[in-house]
Write a protein that binds this ligand. Structure first.
Ligand SMILES: NC(=O)c1ccc[n+]([C@@H]2O[C@H](COP(=O)([O-])OP(=O)(O)OC[C@H]3O[C@@H](n4cnc5c(N)ncnc54)[C@H](O)[C@@H]3O)[C@@H](O)[C@H]2O)c1
Length: 370
């Protein structure tokens, strides 16, 4: 068994008889009717709860689930999300994940939960750790309690590359030892570990998706697109676009003396559409009694300077840069090995290029500020 969450998985590994039943009515197989590149044999619509469906990633995944024919209930307290980002065809419940049991009742008939709701700013998590533990960890445990009580068979969790901290080797595989350097990363790792226990003890089919840097935008043929709108924004591409658009004076880059080709940090960017698609595959591949962990990144690193250069090219505008000292805890290079997602889920990113990612983010930015 290769899944490993802080070494816990190994201790919890056990043999399961073929076709073991997860819950009454469950058949113990991975085919739960949610499609993707590996479309399950008997596709059927299911009812899913999406927490954080008013946020950047959750709102895109909601649209893809609806497009695939599923029924989706979005649970979000709108503390950082945007009501207008919620897919119109989803049922919206404004509530906190702490109160998820009110929605996730045994009678409601949910077939799965996709859990995106969280606070996501690593910097803020260092000065308000209690807020992050309460929301990201205590809130997730309340949600998992509700999942258990309602006998919901599947759970897909938004974990993060931040669980790895300063990796000993790059590209980072799922087998790397987690050692988060931020409270944010620690709160997410705690949930990963809780899911390992939950799968082992209660037969949950659990999947953790460890995202690297999500970027780009979802631009449907009709209607408004969905892109990054974090406030305050802490991610490089949307900040660089704000500078290109003249809404900020300059872009600060933290450190140009790292052991990388141009001295600036190197990160792995993944298009939000590719990321979202992986969630549908993960849902279909979830297996009762197992906690599967997947890194989601491109496997290609781009330096901060390279990102700025692409933003200049795509927008045609100058992006003044100011160098600032290194930030505490920023690793030089964070690049994913997403081999496991490719081989086990059949996931193939359609838009791995930085130009596509920045181009879509810029289209969304102009739509938003038209
Ligand atoms: N964006 C990235 O680059 C990135 C990278 C790694 C991991 N992730 C993870 O992906 C998930 C989604 O990230 P995002 O960028 O879409 O963030 P986001 O801030 O856009 O969305 C988070 C959503 O969760 C909701 N929320 C927060 N606390 C809640 C609570 N207690 N109850 C109910 N709703 C609550 C917010 O209102 C918001 O709509 C998060 O779990 C994050 O940790 C994101």
């Amino acid at each position: 068994m290769v899944d490993r969450v802080g070494g816990v998985r190994d201790r919890f590994t056990r043999e399961r008889p073929p076709g073991a039943t997860a819950y009454p009515g469950g058949d113990g197989h991975a085919d739960h009717g949610v499609g993707g590149a590996h479309t399950p044999k008997e596709e059927r619509a299911v009812k899913l709860l999406v927490t954080g469906g008013a946020g950047y990633v959750g709102s895109v995944v909601t649209r893809m689930l609806l497009d695939a024919g599923h029924e989706v209930v979005v649970l979000d307290d709108l503390c950082t999300g945007h009501a207008e980002a919620i897919a119109p065809d989803a049922t919206f419940v404004r509530a906190s994940i702490h109160d998820a049991a009110q929605v996730l009742t045994p009678q409601a008939g949910f077939d799965g939960v996709l859990h995106f709701a969280a606070l996501i700013a690593a910097g803020e998590s260092m000065v308000k750790p209690e807020l992050y533990w309460r929301t990201n960890t205590v809130g997730s445990l309340a949600l998992i309690d509700a999942v258990r009580a309602a006998r919901v068979p599947r759970f897909v969790f938004s974990s993060t590359a931040a669980v790895y901290g300063n990796p000993a080797t790059v590209p980072i595989a799922e087998t790397a030892s987690p050692a988060p350097t931020s409270t944010y990363g620690a709160t997410k790792l705690a949930v990963d570990m809780a899911l390992t226990s939950e799968a082992f003890a209660h037969d949950l089919a659990a999947v953790s998706m460890r995202y690297f840097n999500v970027a780009g935008a979802y631009l449907p043929p009709q209607g408004a697109g969905i892109g990054e709108r974090h406030d305050p924004e802490s991610h490089l591409i949307p900040i660089a676009l704000q500078v290109a658009a003249g809404r900020r004076d300059k872009l600060q880059l933290f450190g140009d003396d790292y052991p990388t080709a141009d001295g600036t940090c190197v990160r792995d960017y993944i298009h939000v559409e590719d990321l979202a698609r992986a969630h549908l595959l993960a849902l279909a591949a979830a297996r009762p009694g197992e906690h599967r962990v997947f890194n989601l990144g491109n496997g290609n690193g781009f330096s901060n300077r390279q990102v700025v250069e692409v933003v200049r090219e795509v927008t045609g505008h100058p992006v003044p840069v100011e160098m600032a000292p290194r930030r505490e805890g920023d690793p030089a290079t964070l690049v994913a090995s997403a081999e496991r997602a490719r081989t086990e889920l059949g996931w193939v990113p359609a838009k791995p290029g930085l130009r596509d990612i920045v181009g879509d983010a810029w289209s969304f930015y102009r739509q938003l500020h038209a």
